[in-house]
Write a protein that binds this ligand. Structure first.
Ligand code: DX5
Ligand code: ZN
Length: 227
């Protein structure tokens, strides 16, 4: 899979979401939407009404990351609304297989997210049910936190499990992804990169996306050369 960049609107101006999305529309692959409910994570952000509004104002596919306590109840509605990807958290899902299947049958890609302290191995059997694994590289809830290098070994292990499984499953990292850290993620096997502060905190968000992409591409080339 080629490198994909998913700017997170968590770091954008919430009063100007359509304009912020437009600023990266020509260079980004996705628009990452952090849905937080004040229960699964302490923060509270946006939900389905804002996703519905954004769908009318951007041509970027929406990458909805549900940090909510009851994804079984709410995730299918995001898929039905037209989000191209819907990621639920393993720690929150009561019936992940059923919910992932509902997301797919509504026409979206299905993602499974895990927090820094959650191991991937217990979820290996779910790989046939997912289109993407999201390995959080910070504790979820807030933007602008420092990248957790301790998660990189899990990124590597996840890439190995995906290779063993054989299907095409994308591997996303989210949290503290910057020009400085993105290379390590790419070398460890990630191919979809979420970045909030590094994109919308920059003076020129589109230029920041280009910088991230070329840093990830360069790291992948290095990793390929060194086997
Ligand atoms: C954190 C969110 C991230 C956040 C990343 O809980 O899931 O998507 O926006 O923000 P940065 O890139 O600033 O760490
Ligand atoms: Zn996120």
């Amino acid at each position: 899979m080629t490198v994909q960049i998913s700017p997170s609107v968590l770091a954008a101006d919430f009063a100007r979401l359509a304009e912020e999305a437009a600023a990266v529309a020509d260079v980004a692959d996705w628009l990452h939407i952090d849905v937080m409910d004040g229960h699964f994570v302490p923060n509270l952000t946006i939900g389905l009404p804002v996703v519905n509004a954004l769908l009318k104002h951007t041509r970027l596919p929406l990458d909805c990351h549900l940090m909510i306590a009851d994804p079984d109840r709410w995730a299918p509605a995001y898929a039905e609304a037209g989000a191209r990807n819907v990621t639920i958290h393993a720690e929150a899902a009561g019936a992940p297989v059923r919910t992932l299947r509902m997301i797919r049958s509504a026409g979206s890609r299905a993602g499974l997210g895990i927090n820094p302290g959650t191991a991937i191995e217990p979820y290996a059997d779910l790989l046939p049910e997912v289109d993407m694994v999201l390995v959080m590289t910070v504790e979820p809830g807030f933007g602008g936190q420092p990248f957790l290098d301790l998660v990189l070994d899990k990124v590597r292990r996840t890439r190995q499990l995906i290779a063993r499984h054989g299907g095409e499953v994308w591997l996303q990292v989210d949290g503290g992804v910057t020009e400085e850290t993105i290379g390590r993620c790419a070398e460890a096997g990630a191919d979809v990169f979420v970045a909030g502060t590094a994109v919308f905190g920059a003076t020129e968000p589109a230029a920041a996306v280009r910088v991230l992409r070329s840093a990830a591409d360069a790291a992948r080339r290095r990793a390929a050369e060194h086997g």
